[in-house]
Design a protein around this ligand. Structure first.
Ligand SMILES: O=C(O)CCC(=O)C(=O)O
Ligand SMILES: [Fe+2]
Length: 317
């Protein structure tokens, strides 16, 4: 281990602000290769994406503040019949807290959330969040199209897959640790998602462990970059080729609370490994997969299991 090794290993950066980045173009084909390698080796890459303007970022920071200024009892009202789509915090998550907007890309996702948080209404909040999640949703779609392209799965299949994707946005906050308290904001884990898009709008603290390595890479915070991570469900879809990104949050430099936004995607329909990803060298590893049933099986006793073990237990061939 050691800082030497860490410094030599840099996460891949893909510039999506580049106007020439259109499907089929040279820039696109080359970026698809970078994305595939990054997801297979590190489970993530950094997307530079300037569509979320500095003004919008400021408004999103204010929206985060507004959500966490509400009484705890109000924030805890966020429940859903979908597994893990509820308020998280307290107990073993001592510094971390997060509040979800479920079905956030549906027409009334933000309004439903705002209505529970502010029964008198909050039109400004809805306007800001709708604009923000539309842009983040666009980024998610570009990333998935790149993944499909890179494995030779065609656009129509990608479009029909995207239609059944379901999105949750989380407002995430970590309080500053007290003196003598652990600085671990969020323990090492991989997400159960297809993709997780993380926007460190404020302070850094996110760290990623590349596949098979024993060191962590710090991910710098920047309003114009997003961390795009593969979760267990994309690993399953890719027949195990994509690495479900191992990550954690460390609050060792924070003199104030840390805020972050996360867009998490799941699939609403049963998923199967595409035939393009199965051959003699890569025999089928997973049976058809129900994303929500998989979420339902998650619990505190398997939180530390590697994605590999969780997937093998749930849908291994
Ligand atoms: O706060 C972050 O940067 C990461 C959050 C995270 O990993 C999660 O909510 O699953
Ligand atoms: Fe995570």
């Amino acid at each position: 281990m050691g800082s030497d090794q860490t410094q030599r290993h840099q996460l891949a950066v893909v510039d999506l602000t580049d106007e020439s980045m259109k499907p089929g173009s040279e820039a696109w084909v080359s970026a698809c290769g970078v994305v595939r390698r990054a997801l297979e080796e590190d489970g993530c890459f950094i997307a530079l994406y300037d569509k979320v303007s500095p003004v919008l970022c400021d408004s999103v920071r204010s929206a985060l503040g507004e959500v966490f200024d509400l009484p705890l009892e109000t924030r805890k009202q966020l429940t859903s019949n979908k597994p893990l789509h509820y308020y998280l915090g307290g107990s073993w998550l001592s510094l971390y807290e997060s509040v979800p907007i479920c079905n956030v890309l549906s027409d009334n996702g933000c309004q439903k959330f705002a209505h529970i948080m502010w029964p008198q209404g909050n039109d400004r909040f809805c306007e800001v969040m709708k604009e923000y999640v539309k842009l983040m949703g666009g980024l998610d779609r570009v990333a998935k199209r790149m993944v499909f392209d890179s494995y030779g799965v065609d656009k129509d299949r990608c479009d029909s897959f995207l239609e059944s994707n379901d999105y949750m946005l989380r407002f995430i906050k970590y309080r500053k640790p007290e003196k003598d308290e652990s600085e671990l904001g969020l323990h090492a884990h991989s997400d159960l998602t297809l993709l997780s898009l993380l926007h460190q709008l404020d302070l850094g603290g996110l760290e990623v462990k590349p596949k098979g390595k024993d060191y962590w890479i710090e991910v710098d915070a920047s309003p114009s970059s997003f961390v795009i991570m593969a979760g267990d469900s994309l690993k399953m879809w890719s027949n195990g080729r994509v690495h479900s990104c191992e990550h954690r949050v460390v609050m060792n430099k924070a003199e104030r609370p840390r805020y972050c936004m996360g867009l998490f995607s799941f699939n609403g329909k049963t998923m199967e490994v595409p035939e393009e990803l199965v051959d003699d060298h890569n025999p089928l590893r997973y049976k058809p997969f129900d994303n929500y049933e998989y979420l339902r099986l998650w619990n505190i006793s398997n939180v530390n299991d590697p994605a590999e073990v969780r997937l093998a237990n749930y849908c291994g061939v």
